[in-house]
Design a protein around this ligand. Structure first.
Ligand SMILES: Nc1ncnc2c1ncn2[C@@H]1O[C@H](COP(=O)(O)OP(=O)(O)OP(=O)(O)O)[C@@H](O)[C@H]1O
Length: 346
């Protein structure tokens, strides 16, 4: 048996015991009112998340990347139970979490939002914000609330004096650290970070990323890290899933995605990221045009109208998910792979 087949078998047969968060065939569809003839309007459907599946193991960080509008935030909201699913299942430790989450299930998956200013209550001090979470999720007895709050602040390198400050009096970086503390106060098993550093200046961004890396190493945090910025994801994620028009089109280790992308969309995204210049593959084309509307996605492969290597089949045939030791790709003609190298398609 070839090394590649052995590696594939190992991957497929790895026990799932260590999987904390699992998404199975998630679909989120929004009804959209569209103007018809005259005064009539009709309801169309926009599929923001289309048959998305992945699993995140304990201590692992999965990056989800893609252009604006590809469905990242809707997926994040679905993972934490803020967005109803049209179909599909989110499971924690192998147990599906219901439509209305119990307090315990909601505690276990916490979110860090892009804009802490709109996610933190401006009328509550940082201390009150942390206390609210600690008390709601019953993490410590009342007598330990202050001590635990100070421990949490120290964890994100904020001084004790921040406890009595209001979000409006903090810098952007400090506010985002408070956003992280508020999520950590619930003692979550999974942290979902939606564009968590996107609103920060580059130097502040680097320090918050450094903090997240340290927390990941020290606390063994499991993270789903959502970002449009590939260089951010490269720094922090073990594995990366690339989304296009609601679907995951490639999923592999961070190294594989950044050094040998298999999907032409991933290659084009890399090419469009100036800070990843050194990783550019010769011959791969930059991304052109806008993504099509998710209300009426293209036939066949959704990426075909923008794909530099699309062939006739791509316009008519929905590509299968090709699973290999190098990662999964949804493409009829993956880059760097001859058709006979495709190990398993389905
Ligand atoms: N409540 C809603 N009703 C209708 N359409 C929606 C709703 N929320 C999101 N959408 C649409 O779903 C698609 C995915 O949006 P989403 O915000 O999840 O993408 P994104 O990748 O997070 O983009 P961005 O980075 O710009 O936030 C978009 O076409 C968006 O317009």
């Amino acid at each position: 048996m070839s090394d590649e087949l052995l590696a594939l078998r190992e991957r497929v047969e790895t026990p799932l015991a260590d999987v904390v968060l699992r998404a199975d065939d998630l679909v989120v569809r929004f009804p959209i009112k569209q103007a018809g003839r005259g005064l009539r309007s009709h309801t169309a459907h926009l599929t923001a998340v289309s048959h998305v599946s992945f699993a995140v193991s304990r201590g692992e960080s999965l990056g989800i990347v893609g252009e604006s509008g590809c469905g990242k935030s809707t997926l994040a909201a679905a993972l934490i139970g803020l967005q109803d699913l049209t179909s599909g299942t989110v499971s924690l430790d192998g147990r599906p979490v219901g439509r209305t989450r119990s307090r315990e299930d909601s505690r276990r998956v916490q979110m860090v939002f892009q804009d802490p200013m709109s996610s933190l209550n401006p009328r509550m001090t940082v201390g009150q914000t942390i206390e609210e979470v600690l008390v709601f999720h019953r993490r410590v007895p009342r007598s330990r609330v202050k001590a635990r709050s100070l421990e949490l602040l120290a964890l994100v390198e904020l001084p004790p004096s921040v406890l009595t400050r209001y979000p409006g009096s903090l810098s952007g970086g400090q506010r985002q650290r408070v956003g992280i503390v508020r999520a950590l106060a619930a003692d979550p098993e999974v942290l979902v970070l939606d564009e968590a550093v996107a609103a920060l200046d580059v130097s502040v961004q680097a320090s918050v990323l450094g903090l997240l890396q340290r927390l990941k190493a020290e606390l063994g945090l499991t993270m789903v890290f959502i970002s449009h910025d590939l260089s951010v994801v490269r720094n922090i994620c073990d594995r990366v899933a690339v989304m296009y028009l609601g679907e995951i089109v490639e999923e592999a280790t961070s190294d594989a995605v950044f050094t040998a992308p298999q999907h032409p969309y991933t290659a084009a995204l890399l090419r469009a990221a100036p800070e990843l210049h050194h990783l550019r593959r010769p011959g791969s084309n930059a991304l052109t045009g806008e993504p099509p509307s998710p209300i009426d996605p293209p036939s066949g492969c959704r990426f075909h109208p923008r794909c530099p290597i699309a062939r006739d089949e791509c316009r008519t045939t929905v590509p299968p998910r090709v699973v290999s030791a190098d990662g999964d790709v949804v493409c009829l003609f993956p880059l760097g792979r001859a058709p006979e190298d495709v190990l398993l398609a389905g």
